[in-house]
Design a protein. Sequence first.
Length: 165
Amino acid sequence: MKFQIPARSSVLQSTYSSVPSSNPSVSPPKDCNKIHLKHVNGTALLQWPEWCEVFHGELKLRNIDLERADFRKLRKIKGSVELINTGYSRMPQMPCLSEIETNGSYPGVVILNNKRLRDIRGFVNWDRHFRIQGYTQFPVFISGNEQLDTVNMPSIIHHPFSPIS
């Protein structure tokens, strides 16, 4: 049985199954959200869909299998990205991420209480244009990361209202 998705139904297209189609002319959706994240072989970790270009929602990195995740195609997050209470020493690399669009009441990037985190330089390509829009109080919230040195980080990290500790 084959399903056809009407072209005008963008809601259905963005939430359609991440299983590749048997029809090679139909490509998987480029937008994704947490329903596209599937559990990795019976573990609590979720598998990142490498085809995803725009993520909708809160991207909680502690729930993702970061050892195997490939974020090379991710260009935009409509929501936020969080690394909270993990044992990671480096942020995952998202080299094409150029924009985070928050809902206006929450920071775009939250890096909180990661005792071993030492390096966020490779997280995004800081030399390219990168912006966080929607929450102007402090677009990046970094706190409780004992090993993290933010002195040489870009100015977005040192926003006047950012409670970096």
